[in-house]
Design a protein around this ligand. Sequence first.
Ligand SMILES: *[C@@H]1O[C@H](CO)[C@@H](O)[C@H](O)[C@H]1NC(C)=O
Ligand SMILES: *[C@@H]1O[C@H](CO)[C@@H](O)[C@H](O)[C@H]1NC(C)=O
Ligand SMILES: *[C@@H]1O[C@H](CO)[C@@H](O)[C@H](O)[C@H]1NC(C)=O
Ligand SMILES: *[C@@H]1O[C@H](CO)[C@@H](O)[C@H](O)[C@H]1NC(C)=O
Length: 468
Amino acid sequence: MTTKDTTLKWLLPLAKPSLVMFTILMPALCSGIEVKCSQPNQPALLEALNPVFNLSAIRPVMNISTLSNISIFFTLYGILGVNEKSQLLNTYIWLDYWWMNEFVSWDPIQCGTPKISLPRDKFWIPDIVINEFMDENTAPYVPYVYLYSDGKVHDAQPAKVVSSCNLDIYTFPFDVQNCTLTFNSYLHFARDIKISLGKPADEITEHSKMVITTMGEWELLDITSHKYRADTDDGDYIDELAFHIRVRRRATLYVVNLLIPSCFLITVDLFSFLLPPQSVDRSSFKMTLILGYTVFLLIMNDLLPITGNTIPLLNVFFSLCLALMVASLLETILVTNLMCSAIFSPVPRWIQVLVLQILGCLVCLPWKAKDSDMEQNAVVVKSRADEGPPEQRGPVVEDTALQELRSLGRDLQALRLQVEQQAGGSQSSEEWIQVGFIIDRLLFGLYILFISVSFITIIIIWVNSHRQ
Ligand SMILES: *[C@@H]1O[C@H](CO)[C@@H](O)[C@H](O)[C@H]1NC(C)=O
Ligand SMILES: *[C@@H]1O[C@H](CO)[C@@H](O)[C@H](O)[C@H]1NC(C)=O
Ligand SMILES: *[C@@H]1O[C@H](CO)[C@@H](O)[C@H](O)[C@H]1NC(C)=O
Ligand SMILES: *[C@@H]1O[C@H](CO)[C@@H](O)[C@H](O)[C@H]1NC(C)=O
């Protein structure tokens, strides 16, 4: 009982200046309040600890200018998911806090135990919060803390953390998210409470990867810690410790359900260019594909993330696929029209230059060759026609047979003129058909370009997400 009284007298001095002076003069004794146990068992220890409990309202330091050093670490036990719409990361973590209670220390041999677990409301508990916390903590409440014989306190509790996180879903489904958990005291300045890392970050990562149970959509990459303020500053700020958690989406589901079917559909549409454009089959085939694609997108809509601050590249890809399909349907209608209706009006000059010459060369369907062929024929015919008169100028061998032949030649020439006029009409329609072919080829090329660019982009994004 006497020991208890003395300890009380040592505790109360915080209010009594004379005793404060006494404690300054005896710094060795000030380092802690010796708890003397009458017996080496728990009830005796509890009784001896009683005066300490009455001090639970104040920060457990002998000198008010001593700061409390709270060391923190956690284990990531589960990644429950990411909510793109509200930009939240759901995790389940095990928190561990360590700090010193300078009011208490005992002899582990005298009291029979080096540590004892006691209700947490009997002690001062630091007001550490996670800044990004956006919801109620629904994890079970842990009512106890461990008190060690040298005054160390160990507080451990689970927490279901719903934290705000700036999610970047541009590269969905190959995205890597970097979310932050910032631990700080809500009220105390750094001159009262400092926060330090209780365990190296790579050990935290390693342990988390070992115990993590959720093998769902998200895979833990690493956890790094960051201290924003140096210890050398004065204490007029709130000390904080940030942990960056990086998680990567497992993309298999999205690749199998979204990317591959979409690629198949666009490839089938690509091969529909092999169908002759004149036949009506092709447009109905394309129409069916567009219908199928629309239904596919409708079904898969809830797999796509609801956009945050950026539109995922995948949505752009789907839109482009649909746009290409619609464009190719329109093109098929146009080409069918060009090829099936005989148009006798000549191809306008600018279309001739732009489509037949420039674009035709671009898609390896040069029109020039045929054109020059005709011209050559015309030249040959002309030269032959010119060759006639010299014969006339030849020796004067008048022959009736020759005259017959000449009149026959004139008839033939008239016939040829008529045929040529007809051919002119059919040539302009042939030119229109060629225009159709070139447009068809062009769109085919565009399809191949689009598919290869998408493929390369997907590969680059995939490699990039796996290099991190
Ligand atoms: C602790 O304080 C209560 C009143 O709040 C008092 O009744 C009790 O005796 C005190 N205990 C010790 C050990 O001083
Ligand atoms: C508290 O500590 C500071 C420096 O650490 C010292 O200057 C001051 O005298 C101490 N006060 C008491 C009451 O021990
Ligand atoms: C706090 O404690 C940790 C170890 O637990 C130590 O590394 C760090 O230096 C301490 N910080 C201060 C300000 O005492
Ligand atoms: C995660 O984001 C923080 C800032 O929000 C940044 O400091 C940190 O370097 C990022 N981590 C990685 C690995 O990019």
